[in-house]
Design a protein around this ligand. Structure first.
Ligand code: ATP
Ligand code: MG
Length: 713
């Protein structure tokens, strides 16, 4: 009887309980979004502690983010009280690995006081090595080397184990990597990738230490297992014996970090690695309404090679997923901001709403709109748009063109991209400027006529001044957004980003978005004034704010109302992932779409713009193929009268799109029609009564009334 159960178990369904109570031996929980995987993991921890099977410090639990770890700790405390406090080994892969490394640092040539470098430090070290190797730092940039080293570390490759196919600067990859490691050791430092890599080295070379940890960690728990990369996998393997009490939970359909070296295969490998592992599937989704689930399941069914899952929900209330076409990105921001205000008035909190974007450049339009309407918002997992380094750099150039006195702008970009004007020279310029009560630029002009600076620095500075003068002269003649483009091109800023394999493309996209957004303003001064206003109003993160984040950052989270903008070909799926990885890339994008839709509890709203302004030219956008793939039964397509003048209803929208040459094919695309008829053909005539059972491919395969007590066929 339920009364005899501890509280924390009583709310679980039988499969969840099995996953919680099967504490001994390897367990894999493989289940779709919102089925309670994370909840099972948390409850399992609580259960192990409450039943005295282990003490808090004998548990190893890894989550994907620090936030997730914090939430898990809070929930366990809530479930079983203060005994949860001793959970030393609950954290992210990195935080746990760092703790282990502190205890054995000397085995990899570090002291236990080692520092952990951030990406800037990493790049600085790479820069020194590239210079020392006499390589052209423009062609072989520090940033790309440090990105590559990260990538190698994610795959578990030390310099000695680096495959010959991996390289940098024509055969220098391995040498530079080894030199990098040596340099870090001499600094008594390691980078993030090292945390795991050093652990792996220590555990695989010292059987006694590995054995100690295997004994210590009597129970191991891993969330979001589908996104573990090779290094994380190797690390886990070393800490677990094949008969160990390890419980991993994951969802192959939510594997979205392939680009970071995550391997879905780890899930498939689980049963091989842990013979006799118990695989538990959870099928009931507790998060979302059946329309949201139906839309998501239908979408993901287009992927091949899935492990296959069943998902159902009892939640049959709720609206269909709304899909809306709007004129352009600004209209999309207006629509969503209006809907946020409406939702707020109807009783939802701001924090219950999230805007999930594919790429950071999309945030700009929303942030500006929210500021204008005083809707509080928080950008999760990254800077706000106007606070991004590349945007600030671009602004600094423009400010310096407008006003030579802007020493802050000068300092920011005088050597970005690198022009060979070192920190010492910059400090010297600033000192002279201060002493003489003039601006840095004036000081530079004076210094150019003297021999106080090295000839090389002088040449570099004189080129810089010449460029600025030229741009300033052009400013009155051309539109300010063209000027911005020109400055970014001619200064070498664009090239610098192009050379960056890691995140250059993202930054270029953000800069494009910046140039685009400038066109709404009457000149550079007006634009920069607007930016300072936006930045200023931006302050004050309130606890109740709309959450803006990327789809990647939304993993594991849930919100009552979720907005999914920018579902356009090239944006989402992103052109880059298709160009680079073809069908595999597309499938990963589709999983990302699945993650996005399944974040919603009550309401998911998808939108796409028919037009986007790219570098001053309107380009017509095609709705994402993912829009086509949504099963029509669960979707309501709308056209918003106010936004592009069509009356409500898909038919009108469709005919308008057919007529207007600048519009994409929209819902009239053959794919959409196919999807419509296919879904209509497979849906059973009797609509769901209380239960809706949706098979992996989005079909409705059974309906039932739980009161009738019938089981599932
Ligand atoms: P994701 O794949 O997105 O990470 P998940 O499988 O980890 O999802 P959870 O986040 O654990 O799912 O759970 C989804 C929601 O369902 C949460 O709000 C959770 O509290 C709720 N939930 C899970 N199990 C139950 C249950 N047995 N009874 C009531 N609510 C539940
Ligand atoms: Mg989860």
């Amino acid at each position: 009887p339920a009364g005899a159960l501890p509280d924390y178990l009583s709310g679980l369904n039988p499969e969840q309980r099995e996953a919680v109570e099967t504490t001994e031996g390897p367990v894999l929980v493989l289940a779709g979004a919102g089925t309670g995987k994370t909840r099972v993991l948390t409850t399992r921890l609580a259960h192990i502690l409450a039943t005295g099977k282990a003490r808090p410090w004998e548990l190893l639990a890894v989550t994907f983010t620090n936030k997730a770890a914090r939430e898990m700790r809070e929930r366990i405390t809530h479930l079983i009280g203060p005994s949860a406090e001793g959970l030393r080994w609950l954290g992210t892969f990195h935080s746990v690995a760092a703790q282990i490394l502190r205890r054995h640092a000397e085995l990899v040539g570090l002291k236990s006081t080692f520092t952990i470098l951030d990406t800037d430090d990493q790049e600085r070290v790479c820069k020194q090595l590239i210079e020392a190797a006499n390589l052209d730092a423009k062609r072989w940039t520090p940033r790309s080397l440090s990105g590559l080293i990260d990538h190698w570390k994610n795959r578990g490759w030390t310099p000695e184990k680096l495959p010959p196919s991996e390289d940098f600067a024509n055969g220098k990859g391995q040498t530079l990597y080894a030199a990098y490691q040596a340099r870090l050791a001499s600094l008594n430092a390691c980078d993030f990738g090292d945390l795991l890599l050093h652990n792996i080295t220590i555990l695989s070379q010292h059987a006694d230490i590995a054995e100690e940890y295997r004994r210590r960690f009597r129970y191991i728990l891993v969330d979001e297992y589908q996104d573990t990369n090779v290094a994380q996998y190797l690390w886990l393997r070393l800490l677990t014996s094949s008969t160990g009490n390890v419980c991993c939970v994951g969802d192959d359909d939510q594997s979205i970090y392939g680009w970071r070296g995550a391997e879905v295969d780890n899930i498939l490998r689980f049963e091989r690695d842990f013979p006799g592992a118990k695989v538990i599937r959870l099928e009931r989704n507790y998060r979302s309404t059946h329309h949201i689930l139906g839309a998501a399941s239908g979408l993901i069914s287009a992927n091949r090679g899935r492990l296959g899952k069943t998902l159902w929900t009892e939640e049959t209330s709720g609206d269909k997923v709304r899909v809306r076409g709007v004129w352009d990105g600004e209209a999309e921001a207006r629509l969503i901001a209006d809907e946020i205000e409406t939702a707020k008035k109807s009783g939802l909190h701001y924090r219950d709403m999230a805007v999930l974007v594919r790429a950071s450049f999309q945030m700009r339009a929303f942030e500006e709109r929210f500021v204008m309407l005083a809707i509080p918002y928080t950008v999760i997992g990254g800077p706000r748009f106007f606070e991004r380094a590349e945007i600030r750099d671009a602004h600094a150039y423009l400010r310096l063109i407008l006003s030579e006195d802007d020493d802050l702008a000068f300092e920011r970009i005088v050597n970005v991209p690198k022009r060979g004007i070192g920190d010492t020279s910059v400090q010297k310029i600033l000192t002279i400027a201060r002493e003489n009560g003039v601006s840095a630029m004036q000081a530079v002009r004076a210094l150019l006529g003297s021999d106080e600076l090295q000839a090389r620095t002088r040449t570099a500075l004189s080129n810089f001044v010449r460029d600025l003068d030229r741009w300033r002269a052009r400013a009155p003649e051309i539109p300010h957004w063209e000027l911005t483009e020109m400055v970014l091109e001619e200064s070498g800023y664009t090239d610098m980003q192009k050379a960056d394999r890691t995140s250059g493309q993202t930054r270029l996209d953000n800069l494009k978005e910046l140039v685009q957004s400038m066109q709404a303003f009457d000149g550079l001064t007006a634009y920069l004034e607007h930016v300072s206003l936006v930045m200023d109003l931006d302050r004050g993160d309130s606890a109740d704010s709309v959450q803006i984040m990327t789809l990647h950052g939304a993993k594991g989270l849930e919100f009552p109302l979720v907005f999914l903008p920018g579902w356009e070909e090239g944006v989402f799926p992103s052109q880059r992932s298709i160009d680079e990885k073809g069908e595999k890339g597309l499938e990963e994008e589709r999983r990302l779409a699945y993650v996005g839709v399944t974040r919603a509890k009550q309401d998911a709203r998808i939108s796409f713009a028919a037009n986007r302004l790219v570098y001053g030219r309107w380009t017509s956008q095609l709705p994402s193929r993912f829009v086509d793939e949504l099963p029509i039964d669960h979707v309501e397509a709308e056209s918003d009268t106010g936004y592009y003048g069509a009356s409500a209803g898909m038919k009108e929208a469709k005919s308008r799109w057919d007529e207007a040459p600048s519009f994409g094919s929209g819902y009239s695309s053959p794919g959409w029609k196919r999807a419509q008829s296919a879904t209509a053909a497979r849906a059973p005539a009797d609509r769901p009564a209380r239960h809706t059972l949706i098979e992996g491919d989005g079909r409705l395969i059974a309906t039932a009334d739980p009161k009738a007590g019938s089981g599932w066929a």
